[in-house]
Design a protein around this ligand. Structure first.
Ligand code: HEM
Length: 412
């Protein structure tokens, strides 16, 4: 456990801390209490301000005119930042952009995630949820829920939306897990930044021919919408289309998989909440948002100040970076009653797991719908469930949650 505020701040740059819920949340609670705008100057990282209070994360997200997503979008070791810059492979996705490019490019995919589009997908997602719950039955009463079920179902949804062939899903799963798992010994591809860069190259190589083929033969999928988009009278260049496919393909499943695995783990850890939800499936929308708050799969995004700014009496200088610590904001005692209690009926639940404002998660409605469909299918069919080994969380400072959740169960 962090003994000092400095140690607590260093936990934010330590991927192993994120794989240990108790240690991580103790560090965040100390920061919220003692130094909510805390300067982290850890070895191997450029300094930044850790923003751990809900109100402050919200304030910075609101001021997107002053706090920009570029150039420092994510927390990375300085060596990795330099390696990526030198390679010319720095992704340029929605989360890396600011207005006006961001506004124009977000509009390309926005309609695909609005309520009307979601309604059209609802039935299909219900069918897929049933298929994956049936698969649990086929596993014969024991599986690694995170790796065998949760990792695959949202992948299937987003790949189908993009319009990629089912034979490529395993490849995309592996690439995404390597991309987000760059700090995890079990997931990363190689130890060095150079080796890890090859993951990005593989994404680009994979998507290389997609734009050409969708321009020649447009279909009714999201990849065609991106390939044929026109911004300021021009089609997107190859780099921007590849970045766009990459963010949809990656952000679109790992986050939701983590929510589903972490949600089931929470229900097993709090059996009273499992019974309460099973007895009243009408609570499902609230329960899903509580799972999302509880897991908070996206651990951080960063912003760069374009002018001096004062926050809680601390001067953030022009050019400084701030880290929005979403999991900390989502356990803020000033906003949530009993924040460390998992409550499937929690309302209100003003969590910031999807961010806020201009960059608010494009796939939030889809993620909610997928989680609702799966648990609505699963819970009535689940007679008994218990752990069959220790759960394991991924080591990452960015996106993640449970990578292994061994369970034993009886179903009908
Ligand atoms: C952005 C979280 C699922 C696509 C974001 C952001 C967060 C987030 C925190 C940044 C918001 C900000 O900066 O204010 C999550 C969580 C998910 C999830 C927790 C699941 C529970 C999805 C899904 C998609 C998706 C299913 C489907 C494509 C995106 C995109 C952005 C984004 C494209 C960039 C938006 C922009 O910068 O304008 N998400 N996400 N996400 N998310 Fe999600």
């Amino acid at each position: 456990m962090a003994a000092s505020v400095r140690e607590a701040g260093l936990a934010l740059v330590d991927p192993t801390a994120y794989a240990d819920d108790e240690r991580f949340h103790a560090a965040c609670a100390l920061l919220r209490r003692e130094d909510p705008v805390h300067r982290v100057d850890g070895p191997g990282y450029r300094p930044f301000w850790a923003i751990t209070k809900h109100a402050d994360v919200l304030e910075i997200e609101r001021r997107h005119d002053l706090f920009l997503n570029a150039p420092r979008t994510l927390l990375m070791p300085q060596a990795t930042e330099e390696q990526i810059a030198a390679s010319g492979m720095a992704l340029r996705t929605l989360v890396h952009m600011d207005d006006p490019d961001h506004r124009l490019q977000r509009a390309i995919a926005a309609d695909w995630f609005r309520p009307a589009a979601m309604r059209r997908m609802e039935e299909r997602i219900g069918v897929l949820a049933r298929r994956y719950v049936d698969l649990m039955l086929e596993y014969g009463g024991a599986c690694d829920f995170a790796a065998d079920i949760a990792a695959h179902y949202p992948l299937y949804v987003i790949m189908s939306l993009l319009g990629l062939p089912e034979s490529d899903f395993p490849r995309m799963l592996q690439l995404t897990q390597e991309l987000f798992g760059g700090q995890d010994p079990e997931r990363r591809r190689g130890e060095t930044a150079e080796e890890q860069l090859t993951v990005l190259m593989d994404f680009f190589a994979y998507f290389k021919d997609l734009t050409g083929s969708r321009r020649a033969n447009p279909t009714d999928d999201l990849a065609s919408a991106i390939a044929n988009a026109v911004v300021d009278g021009e089609p997107l260049n190859d780099f921007d289309t590849a970045s766009y496919y990459t963010i949809i393909a990656t952000a679109g499943h790992d986050t939701t998989s983590s929510t589903i695995a972490g949600g089931l783990h929470a229900l097993m850890t709090y059996p009273d909440q499992l019974e309460r939800l099973r007895a009243d499936l009408g609570l499902m929308p609230l329960a899903v948002d509580e799972m999302i708050r509880w897991v908070t799969p996206v651990k951080e995004f960063m912003r760069t100040a374009t002018a001096d700014y004062e926050l809680r009496g601390v001067r953030i200088a022009r050019g400084d970076s701030v880290l929005l610590a979403y999991p900390s904001a989502n356990r803020d005692e000033e906003v949530f009653t009993d924040p460390f209690t998992f409550d499937v009926g929690r309302t209100p639940n003003r969590h910031l797991a999807f961010g806020f404002g201009a960059h608010y998660c494009l796939g939030a409605a889809l993620a909610r719908m997928e989680a609702r469909a799966l648990f609505t299918e699963l819970l009535p069919r689940l007679r008994e469930i218990e752990p069959a080994g220790d759960p394991q969380w991924i080591e990452t400072t960015f996106v993640g949650g449970l990578k292994h959740l061994p369970i034993r169960y009886k179903m009908r």
